[in-house]
Design a binder for this molecule. Structure first.
Ligand code: PB1
Length: 333
């Protein structure tokens, strides 16, 4: 705190905080938090077929894309300056074991190969989970009516290896099974993929803000919910324990998800851990802004920039957001 020679803190009228705001050039010079396209990650839903662009009603502007159309959109994302994409698969068939998640010729595996061939510089991140691939919609195997943790680890590890084989730069386990980071890291290394990074959805909450995503991916649980594996929104300390475990198990990057309702968790994680920290502005956060703007209640561009700035100010170094390409174009313009 600036003080006068008497040791007292200077105050009005010696200090006038508005001096830092009146002049827009000075206001911009002293700005503490800045957004860059280089900190954004664009999620995509990839489906079977050709020439397919299937709108997601709950997420205006977001489409389920066939691989050929994904290449078109990913190029636009790359050219806007966004360095990375995150892929979610939507298979034509689902089964109890989520077998398309780890199929060598699965839709995500094919998308990764095509993307890395067409845009080798684009960083490709793949979501590792079973929920988009299981007929019951849970993130793990169901045995005796509950999500079986340890048997699921093998399938998650197999899924991660199949993504690495296809050329994924980073695998991102979003399942919230205990021990999955160690299992995946071990399987990748055993298979020779020591250079594939693991981005852990380390502090992931059982959030209602995933609703639109579940519509997009057809991944709502057929029974029960995800509260036996995703974190209770009321638990902040537990989030720090989850992150510490994933760091210990070998994560290269960590994530807090969702973002805006969890800025306190982002801040606490950033202060405590040294790994690169990602926050995920999830589908419900995206839909809120979109629909409010469509209703004329919010200025969409201002609301998006303010939300992303808040997530960065809280401590996230990178943000996964469905607005990534749009925002990058605006920032780059
Ligand atoms: O944007 C979003 O809402 C992301 C949702 C997220 C994707 N990783 C999960 C949604 C859910 O829990 O149903 C998927 C969990 N594997």
């Amino acid at each position: 705190m600036a003080t006068t020679e008497g040791g007292r803190a200077a105050a009005f009228p010696a200090v006038r905080m508005r001096r830092l705001r009146e002049n827009p050039v000075i206001r911009e010079m002293v700005r503490e938090t800045r957004l860059s396209p280089r900190e954004l990650i664009q999620p995509f839903f990839v489906r079977e077929g050709k020439g397919e662009r299937e709108p997601v009603p709950a997420m205006p502007g977001v489409e389920r894309l066939s691989v050929d159309q994904l290449l078109v959109e990913a190029r636009r994302t790359y050219e806007a300056g966004v360095p990375a994409v995150l892929l979610f698969g939507i298979p034509d068939t689902k089964d109890e074991a989520g077998s398309q998640a780890y199929a060598r010729d699965g839709v995500v595996q094919r998308a990764v190969r095509e993307l890395k061939s067409a845009l080798p510089e684009l960083v490709v991140i793949t979501d590792v989970c079973l929920c988009e691939y299981t007929s019951h919609g849970h993130c793990g195997l169901i045995i005796n009516g509950r999500v079986a943790n340890d048997p699921t680890l093998e399938l998650l590890a197999e899924t991660a290896v199949s993504h690495a084989e296809a050329g994924a730069d980073i695998v991102a386990p979003s399942d919230m099974m205990d021990g999955r980071i160690a299992a995946i890291r071990h399987a990748l290394d055993e298979a020779g993929y020591t250079e594939t990074l693991v981005l852990s959805y380390a502090a992931k909450f059982a959030s209602t803000f995933y609703g639109p995503f579940r519509e997009a991916a057809g991944s709502a649980p057929a029974f029960g919910d995800r509260r036996s594996y995703q974190m209770d929104p009321a638990d902040g300390d537990q989030a720090l324990r989850e992150v510490a475990l994933d760091v210990e198990e070998g994560a290269d990057m960590i994530m807090v998800k969702p973002a805006l309702p969890y800025l306190d968790v982002i801040r606490r994680v950033r202060e405590r851990f040294l790994l690169p920290l990602v926050a995920y502005q999830v589908s419900g956060e995206y839909a809120m802004i979109r629909f409010a703007a469509q209703a004329g209640a919010l200025d969409e561009e201002a609301a998006v920039l303010e939300s992303l700035t808040a997530i960065r100010r809280a401590g996230a170094q990178m943000i996964i957001t469905y607005f990534a390409t749009d925002v990058a174009r605006r920032l780059g313009a």
